[in-house]
Design a protein around this ligand. Structure first.
Ligand SMILES: [Zn+2]
Length: 398
């Protein structure tokens, strides 16, 4: 039994009253104005805000710090022309993947995960490219990191066929191999295929693998400036057919911004039926999912870091408060109410999208918490500073 108390804490729902949070064996045992028990360890929050730790719903963790290797061509193509060149930018970004080697990838991964700890980002859905150039090098590096960091950051490794399944002969077999060696989630990027039939086949094949290995699904859908792309709809329909309710997410879904209103409404109805949410990364492309409209419909949305210094995005430091700060501008979410929602989108609502259980600061919830250096969520996003303390499974990790 290990126990910890956080004293003098503000929380998001106890107003100006300071509370004490008692943690026993990795779970929140009690939240009250005075916990009298003796405990092993104490933290003084000094009247600052304590919340759930941060959840990063989407990160290409195998690609972090590879912009120099990839060169500037891909990033220029991806970000110019309203994302109409996304297809060719992905081809450019793939050119250096024959250099993929677990040995150098793991060094970059560790650097990014040390930042995750620093910024209280304790849960990451991490994508690793799986194709005939990258082979399983990215997956192996992420699985190794998952073990190394298991007490600090929960990594969910996504086997992600970045260059397609129909287009990339051999990718299907490699994704299956990745699942056999321990990948947690089945990925996909159906819009990258050249025909509607191949898009559907990509969705079907990856979802059937998820069924075979009993895995959750995360697909990058319609990540392109094309109002005609409907692969997200294909995925949702397949999820409903499979009965995989609550076990799949749509990532990016940027073309949604260009859909006619009627199409968007139908998509929302299907999403609710499938109990699916969306992860959006508005800072890494000129288009983004219709975040506020989805939330208004009762569909959960989380934010992701997406990239850290790779062929698609130059910056990033695994700081989800910085991601929320950028999101506030790009999504025009600056009212008090919207800022509360943004905070949910990097904590509890993101957890809901990812099908994580217990990520809530309530009695019985997981003791994955941050003690911030500010008194409210507006200041937290405003200054996006690192937390004073980070707690994972009831243990102080920073
Ligand atoms: Zn992405």
């Amino acid at each position: 039994m290990s126990s910890l108390i956080i004293r003098n804490a503000l929380t998001r729902n106890t107003g100006n009253d300071l509370v004490e949070i008692k943690i026993v064996d990795g779970k929140i045992n009690e939240i009250s104005t005075k916990v009298s028990d003796k405990v092993d360890e104490e933290i003084d929050a000094k009247g600052m805000l304590v919340t759930e730790s941060f959840v990063n719903g989407h990160l290409h963790l195998d690609k972090v710090y590879t912009l120099d290797r990839a060169g500037q061509k891909a990033i220029e193509e991806y970000n110019n022309g309203g994302m109409s060149n996304a297809l060719s930018s992905i081809a450019s970004a793939a050119e250096f993947k024959s250099e993929y080697d677990e040995k150098w990838i793991i060094k970059n991964v560790r650097k990014a995960l040390d930042l995750a700890v620093k910024f209280g980002n304790t849960h990451i859905r991490a994508f690793a490219d799986v194709d005939t150039k990258a082979k399983l090098e990215g997956v192996k590096a992420l699985l190794k990191a998952k073990e190394e960091y298991k007490d600090k950051v929960t990594l969910e490794v996504v086997a992600f066929p970045q260059d397609g399944v129909a287009r990339e002969q051999g990718a299907y077999e490699l994704v299956e191999e990745a699942l056999k060696i321990g990948a947690d989630v089945v990925g996909g990027i159906p819009w990258i295929e050249f025909t509607r039939e191949d898009e559907q086949d990509h969705v079907d094949k990856m979802c059937e693998l998820a069924r075979k290995y009993n895995k959750d699904i995360s697909m990058l859908c319609d990540d392109v400036g094309d109002a005609e792309e409907r692969t997200f709809e294909m995925l949702i329909k397949k999820v409903i057919d499979m009965g995989w309710f609550g076990r799949a997410t749509g990532q990016h879904c940027r073309a949604m911004m260009l859909y006619p209103e009627n199409q968007f409404r139908k998509l929302c109805a299907l999403l609710k039926r499938a109990k699916m949410g969306v992860i959006s990364d508005p800072h890494t492309g000129p288009l983004h999912a219709r975040v506020q409209d989805l939330i208004k419909e009762g569909i959960p949305v989380g934010l992701g870091q997406d990239d850290i210094n790779d062929a698609y995005y130059t910056f990033g430091q695994n700081n989800m408060l910085e991601v929320a700060f950028l999101g506030a501008h790009l999504l025009r979410m600056v009212s008090d109410k919207d800022i509360e929602l943004l905070y949910d989108m990097v904590t509890t609502m993101a957890a809901k999208v990812l099908n994580m259980k217990g990520h809530e600061m309530v009695t019985g919830g997981n003791a994955d918490l941050v003690v911030l250096n500010c008194k409210d969520v507006k200041q937290a996003i405003w200054y996006h500073e690192e937390p004073v303390y980070v707690i994972k499974n009831g243990v102080i990790i920073k």
